[in-house]
Design a protein around this ligand. Structure first.
Ligand code: 13P
Length: 341
């Protein structure tokens, strides 16, 4: 029997498990590999991702699903097993990034519109046959002196809604990701204001597009000050403002909210999630869908050397476990220090 959209969406965010965002595009993974002195070849990308997907404890106990890039969903492990099968064998769900990236938006200097809707229905059918049961589309909203504009927010919200409708028609759960970037010098309240505006518009467009909220997952940013802001915020302030913003915007029919890490340090991303769960009384399951905050440590430990395979897996396992504990509200700085053996 095939699981329904609602069941898959629920499973993606329940019980402390979260999503591994391993869907870096060719240019992004090259950037990550450059940072650890590894050439971005087809084989190196395969070896690295195979190392993650074969991390037994993490994949079975902490990771509910993995977002893949087009190359990876078609790729085999060194022994010929499709990488998708490794994910499935661990009881985790394979997913696929389907947007074609954020491109400069005409008439909106400094802003982007995410492309990739043309032909998406056909591509989703193929991805379903390859094993994908959920998808991801990322809209990017930057904060600056005169941005974001309504023109950019509404265009991105409509694209997210059209993508989500195509996914649900193809029996694929859409992860709806409107990311408000934390690159600027703005304060936390400006991030709150923009995030609230973006989420309001996104849910309005999801309604117009007749999206079944029970069969989707929201992937938002947390409410944080810009990286260049003169004043940073405490963990508690981030947690309280993020929850307040989400409660004001996200209907309780949505089964799961899985955050992106967006450039926060590994430990910040974990501590923020943990503090939000500790606030309690939330209508949705709250968890992680981290890229950098799950992978920076294993990338460094591995550094492209086969002899570092076990160290890379230990680093990945530790971060996955810390975020799992955070999603249950059971993380502490002490348990963070108990590095994986
Ligand atoms: P980060 O956690 O590195 O922000 O990546 C998550 C993601 O999938 C961005 O689209």
């Amino acid at each position: 029997m095939t699981a329904s959209l609602d069941e898959i969406a629920y499973k993606m965010c329940a019980g402390g498990k979260g999503i591994l965002a391993a869907d870096e595009s060719s240019s992004t993974i090259k950037k990550r590999f450059d940072a650890i002195g590894v050439e971005s070849t087809f084989e190196n990308r395969r070896d690295y991702r195979e190392m993650l997907f074969r991390t037994d404890e993490a994949m079975k106990d902490y990771i509910s699903g993995v977002i893949l890039f087009d190359e990876t969903i078609r790729q085999n492990a060194k022994d010929g097993t499709p990488l998708v099968k490794l994910i499935e064998a661990a009881g985790s769900i394979p997913g696929i990034k389907v947007d074609a990236g954020a491109k400069p938006q005409a008439g909106c200097p400094g802003e982007t519109i995410t492309e990739g809707l043309d032909g998406l229905g056909g591509r989703l059918k193929e991805y379903y046959d390859l094993g994908a049961r959920f998808a991801k589309w990322r809209a990017v909203i930057d904060i600056g002196p005169h941005i974001p504009s309504y023109a950019s927010i509404i265009a991105n919200a409509q694209a997210l809604a059209r993508y989500a409708a195509l996914c649900q028609e193809a029996k694929i759960v859409p992860i709806v990701e409107p990311e408000v970037l934390m690159d600027g010098a703005h304060d936390i309240d400006r991030c709150y204001e923009v995030t609230e505006w973006v989420l309001k518009e996104v849910f309005q467009q999801l309604f117009y597009a007749r999206i079944r909220l029970e069969g989707m997952v929201l992937k938002p940013n947390m409410v944080v000050p810009g990286k260049k802001a003169p004043k940073q915020a405490s963990v508690q302030e981030v947690a309280e403002k993020t929850i307040r913003c989400l409660k004001n915007c996200v209907p309780s029919a949505v089964p799961g909210v899985a955050f992106l890490s967006g450039g926060q340090s590994d430990e910040e991303a974990t501590a923020h999630l943990d503090a939000m769960i500790k606030i309690g009384g939330l209508p949705w399951n709250l968890t992680f869908s981290y890229g950098r905050a799950l992978q920076a440590a294993p990338q460094k430990a591995w550094s492209g050397k086969p002899e570092n395979w076990a160290a890379g897996q230990a680093a990945f396992n530790h971060r996955a476990k810390m975020n799992y504990l955070a999603a249950l509200g059971k993380w502490t700085p002490e348990v963070e220090q108990k590095k994986a053996a």
